[in-house]
Design a protein around this ligand. Structure first.
Ligand code: EPZ
Length: 417
């Protein structure tokens, strides 16, 4: 079983380049199902999750070629409309094939994704939205079966601005000639990047105030070539890693506009931050200041940065609070950080972090993707050796994180133990 050994304390220095966004690449890969023409994605990250999505598309009948940073897909000969449990179970984002398969073939059979470490993560809003688009939805033996039965009213209100729900519904509307309106959609940069791809394919998409998307689909869509936006969560992870070590780092291939909330919170913690056109420079303080964080849908503070900040705030001066409003169980990393000496109390959706001066290296276990990043970050500051178990979580969403950190001076190695 692979583990990560992190020796601390270290100070990060130098430059690091961020990869393409995982959460943009996955829906854009699914969008290739909307056409029989060739689709090409540039600057795609090489991750377990993108490999899983490639396996799923191949299983459906697509031809997928994974190059070095590029992915080419041709969904000409789709041979099945069934997305199997074993792949959907591995990666919930596989559920993103539901919308495009329904849109192109009027039918789809996709395994229910089930819950995960951070919450129950239902997909009711995806299904309610498809019903509004004329789908009859059945759930049989753990599979969602969606069949087009009528012309929908094509007006959908999302109770929660669900990210993949919005993406599934926009793709479901992409081959329908009429107009589909989605109220209260997710506005994450990754959703916008998917929309930019769909526009290249021929879909008309209009974002109107206060919070609405209008989609006018086409009967036939073309292929596309698209460079994926940088991963703002990977960029944020490097910024927090630099901050906790009092380091000085230039994060390249990062879009500051996608990260306002995170950059503000880093400044509140006493970091110096300077934005470039497509880069962010940071110098961390000797010891971070405490602050308060509330996660919320974009443009709010991203839930995917919550675990990383908990590690940073565990060594802050004073008491910090973190309120997690997006997922109901996204504090599993608190217990692992406490093994390293952190003083964190969880009360419902609130974490109270009493900053301490010194974390100690310890054996800890990653529970989910961003929790594993927070343990690496804590290990960079902790005194002694930290051994992180179950690091397959990390490889799902970060491309060579340990090597990139090593390039910044971290003492980190991957071992078989
Ligand atoms: C996306 O997940 C991201 N994944 C997640 O990133 C991210 O944490 C999340 O959005 C929130 O930003 C991808 O884009 C592949 P949601 P998603 O639907 O779409 C509830 C990472 O670390 N909900 O926006 O699954 C849900 O339970 C991952 O890269 C319903 O109740 O998240 C949650 O409480 C982790 N019914 C909230 O909405 C639904 O039908 C937000 O979930 C759908 C969602």
């Amino acid at each position: 079983m692979e583990r990560l050994l992190v020796y601390g304390p270290t100070r990060l220095e130098g430059k690091v380049r961020v990869s393409g966004a995982k959460n943009a690449t996955l829906p854009i890969m699914a969008a290739s199902l909307l056409t029989d023409e060739v689709c090409r994605i540039e600057e795609a990250p090489k991750l377990r999750d993108t490999e899983t999505m490639a396996r799923l598309l191949t299983e459906l009948g697509s031809k997928v070629v994974m190059g070095d940073g590029s992915i080419t897909i041709e969904a000409k000969d789709i041979k099945t409309l069934k997305a199997p449990y074993n792949l959907v179970k591995q990666m919930r984002a596989s559920f993103l094939v539901l919308g495009p398969l329904f849109s192109r073939f009027g039918e789809a059979r996709v395994s229910l994704p089930g819950g995960c470490a951070i919450g129950e993560r239902p997909v009711n809003l995806h299904l309610e939205g498809l019903k509004k688009m004329g789908a009859e939805i059945r759930v049989e033996h753990g599979y969602v079966i969606a069949e087009r039965k009528s012309k929908g009213e094509n007006r959908i209100y999302l109770d929660i601005p669900t990210v993949t729900g919005t993406e599934n519904l926009i793709m479901a509307a992409s081959l329908i000639g009429d107009e589909t309106v989605i109220e209260n959609p997710a506005k994450e940069p990754e959703v916008v990047d998917l929309c930019n791809v769909l526009k290249k394919m021929g879909v008309e998409i209009e974002w109107t105030e206060p919070s609405r998307i209008v989609v006018r689909g086409k009967k036939k869509l073309s292929g596309f070539s698209h460079k994926v936006i940088p991963d703002r969560i990977e960029a944020g992870t490097f910024l927090v890693a630099s901050a906790i070590t009092g380091g000085e780092v230039l994060v390249e291939n990062a879009i500051p506009d996608h990260m306002d909330a995170v950059l503000e919170k880093l400044k509140e913690c006493g970091c110096e931050v300077e934005n470039g056109e497509r880069s962010i420079w940071i110098r961390g303080p000797k010891r971070p200041k405490s602050t308060s964080i509330v996660t919320s849908p974009y443009p709010g503070f991203p839930t995917d940065m919550q675990a990383q900040f908990m590690a940073l705030l565990s060594v802050a001066t004073g008491v910090s609070t973190i309120r997690e409003t997006v997922f109901e169980k996204r504090f599993l990393h608190a217990a692992e950080l406490s093994r390293m000496g952190a003083n964190i109390k969880i009360k419902g959706d609130m974490a109270i972090v009493v900053g301490i001066d010194r974390l100690q290296g310890a054996e800890v276990t990653a529970t989910d993707l961003r929790a594993s990043a927070s343990l690496v970050i804590a290990g960079l500051r902790a005194h002694g050796k930290t051994i992180i178990d179950d690091i397959y979580h990390l490889d799902r969403g970060y491309e060579r994180l340990d090597e990139k950190l090593k390039g910044l001076g971290a003492e980190i190695e991957r071992v078989e133990l």
